[in-house]
Design a protein around this ligand. Structure first.
Ligand code: NDP
Ligand code: MG
Length: 400
């Protein structure tokens, strides 16, 4: 049967990789819905190619976009804003939601998909960083399926026993011999450079990742290693483990995408070329396998795999993520919000790359909120996010 897919964040980097796979398998997958935000010309071209039944754009662009599609003879229903994304994510015709919007903007639609019991292919790690418990509770309660696209989490998922894969919140209770998870990190473009060199980095240098081609925000996050910090928090929620059961190791070649360490001394690793099409194809076809179109790994061309302990002074964001995870959800919301604001300020040329960690640390220290209680819901989370953004704007303004 054809699987109907909604790609939220279709105009981005994960959107590109997903749609490349879907285009190659038109009989298995129907591109049912797409969303875009700024890059509406690109979204229009995707609509011409895939003829989705539904499209979501910013509210202010709905009329224009609908008119443009109609003039081109494309009969798609155009919806707008956050409500439009939620509508598509919960549409009874949608089987699978690819959650590939960047940042907090992706949370409402991802959570709505969980509450509608959908199969969710999760790239939007920020949704779990902000609302891990709420998301996982919704997945369980509404029998949704949550499959990680983030290459590290997808690798760990693949290395876990089937019983845990089928109920990925089981490690904590019945650990099946799982001792630790190992998240690999490339170390980003500044691994071999000094902190002082990192301080002087231009935007172009910061977004030039050595191994992966990604959107701007995650590329900056990789340069500061905040990405690994967010992934650490993401892994705690996805696999129901405390942060001290998750290690981070720098592996500059990005060939091993992460590992599971078992009590008998076994380490299971997933290897592959650094190409997001592999984890996306895995999650799309899970529990089967499909051709992803990625280059097979040439083992004979590999010349040594390195493993390095991260320098937490140079990459302070990684230390902050552990600290926030220990402090609780209110802190991970603050860290995520502060980081989004700081990264945007860096991309705008307002602050230096190394200011991002300072701003994140100051936000974590200054914005002291009481822990969220057990019944906290999305409104409580978004309220903290708003406070944190507001106060971080002020921290950025002080520096500029
Ligand atoms: P991109 O910046 O390339 O794409 C982001 C997508 O989100 C675009 O479609 C963009 O629309 C849309 N978008 C941006 N802001 C909003 C908004 N306010 N409301 C609705 N839609 C919005 O990012 P990536 O594809 O690189 O990353 C997407 C997510 O996947 C992130 O959470 C990232 O951490 C995660 N991820 C990415 C990986 C990668 O290899 N790229 C790897 C692992 C995880 P438009 O472009 O039209 O403005
Ligand atoms: Mg990743």
């Amino acid at each position: 049967m054809t699987q109907r897919i909604a790609v939220l964040g279709a105009t981005g980097s994960i959107g590109d990789s997903t749609l490349a796979i879907l285009a190659a398998q038109p009989h298995t997958y129907e591109v049912y819905a797409l969303s875009g935000y700024h890059r509406l010309d690109k979204l229009f071209a995707l609509c011409q190619q895939f003829l989705p039944k539904r499209v979501s754009v910013p509210m202010s662009a709905v009329d224009d976009f609908a008119h443009r599609l109609k003039a081109a003879g494309i009969d798609s229903d155009v919806v707008g804003g956050e409500a439009g994304l939620v509508d598509i994510a919960t549409d009874s015709q949608t089987d699978t939601v690819v959650a590939a919007i960047v940042g907090a903007a992706g949370l409402p639609s991802t959570l709505a998909a969980a509450r509608a019991g959908k199969r969710i292919l999760l790239a939007n790690k920020e949704a779990l960083v902000m609302a891990g418990k709420v998301m996982i509770d919704a997945v369980k309660k509404h029998k949704a399926t949550l499959l990680p696209l983030d290459s590290e989490h997808n690798a760990i998922f693949q290395c876990l026993p089937l019983a845990i894969q089928q109920d990925n919140t089981q490690i904590h209770q019945s650990n099946h011999g799982v001792r630790k998870l190992w998240l690999t990190a490339s170390g980003g473009p500044f691994l071999q450079q000094s902190f002082e060199q990192m301080q002087q980095a231009s935007v172009a240098e910061a977004v030039k990742h050595p191994n992966w081609s990604m959107g701007q925000k995650i590329s900056v996050d990789s340069a500061t290693m905040m990405n690994k910090g967010l992934e650490l928090i993401e892994a705690c929620h996805l696999f129901d483990l405390p942060e001290d059961k998750i290690n981070v190791v720098i592996h500059p070649q990005s060939i091993i995408h992460s590992m599971v360490e078992y009590s008998d001394g076994s380490f299971l690793a997933q290897l592959g070329s650094p190409d997001m099409k592999t984890p996306i194809a895995h999650a799309l076809s899970y529990p089967d396998r499909m051709d992803s179109g990625s280059q097979p790994l040439d083992l004979f061309a590999l010349s040594g795999l390195e493993f390095i302990e991260p320098d937490l002074q140079k990459f302070a964001c990684l230390r902050l993520a552990r600290q926030a995870m220990q402090a609780g959800t209110q802190a991970t919301i603050v860290l995520n919000a502060a980081n989004e604001i700081a990264v945007a300020a860096f991309l705008d040329g307002k602050i230096r790359l190394t200011d991002i960690a300072n701003i994140n640390e100051q936000a974590l220290n200054d914005i002291q909120l009481p822990p969220l209680n057990e019944t906290a819901d999305i409104e409580d989370i978004l309220a903290i996010d708003k406070i944190a953004r507001h106060l971080t704007d002020k921290l950025v303004a002080k520096l500029t």
